[in-house]
Design a protein around this ligand. Structure first.
Ligand SMILES: O=C(CO)[C@@H](O)[C@H](O)COP(=O)(O)O
Ligand SMILES: [Fe+2]
Length: 218
């Protein structure tokens, strides 16, 4: 079953609680929280305080995507705030294995993310240690960008490795996912679709979520 993780980056922050409740009722599986520091990516978003604030208003797992330098400094805070899954960029981690262990030590699921220009091979050694692999299908930093099609071959490779190694991490995709691109991702092996603008720019969020999921079955 394909899962969907609406990214609150495209939500109306003046009514974030209502927005989250709406996507939860609309069939979301995770709430995707984009954390940006203005260094790793050219944008600044939210910190642990916001995770703290949204934790009590939803039963869904909070999928916290860290687009920050020195993630080790902030992982304990995000875990305490209620993150269920924390993903870190391979490109931001000098000692990726240590960072993944740090996340797990907090009792939180750990994921690794790769940018569109990063080859899949660099995460092969860490695959047995992660709960989730996130393949960026846009360059991180902003919502509403166009899907980069040549990332699909990486999803296929990672999915093949998962089967060969008999592992069961989830494969998530993030960026430009909508009714046109969702099936390309699931056909390549993705299990979790992050969707920001395709959900929150739609008047009826439930319909948007269901349309994306339906498109994967076409
Ligand atoms: O991590 C990011 C962007 O860096 C994403 O999670 C975006 O928020 C996805 O937005 P859309 O491309 O779906 O509008
Ligand atoms: Fe994200």
């Amino acid at each position: 079953m394909t899962k969907i993780a609406p990214s609150i980056l495209s939500a109306d922050f003046s009514k974030l609680g209502e927005e989250i409740k709406e996507v939860e009722q609309g069939g979301a599986d995770y709430i995707h929280v984009d954390v940006m520091d203005g260094h790793f990516v050219p944008n600044i978003t939210i910190g642990p305080l916001v995770v703290d604030a949204i934790k009590p208003i939803t039963n869904l797992p909070l999928d916290v995507h860290l687009m920050i330098e020195n993630p080790d400094l902030y992982i304990p805070s995000f875990a305490k705030s209620g993150a269920s899954i924390i993903t870190v960029h391979q490109e931001a981690c000098v000692h990726l294995h240590r960072t993944i262990q740090l996340i797990k030590d907090q009792g939180v699921k750990a994921g690794v993310v790769i940018n569109p220009a990063t080859p899949a091979d660099v995460i092969y050694p860490i695959l047995p240690d992660v709960d989730l692999v996130l393949v960026m299908t846009v360059n991180p930093g902003f919502g509403g960008q166009s899907f980069i099609t040549n990332t699909l071959s990486k999803i296929e490779r990672i999915s093949k490795w998962r089967a060969e190694l008999n592992l069961n991490f989830e494969i998530e995709v993030d960026g430009g996912v909508n009714v046109e691109t969702a099936k390309l991702c699931t056909d390549a092996g993705a299990d979790v679709l992050v969707a920001g603008s395709a959900v929150f720019n739609h008047q009826n969020r439930k319909e948007a979520i269901q349309n994306i999921l339906q498109a994967t079955k076409g």
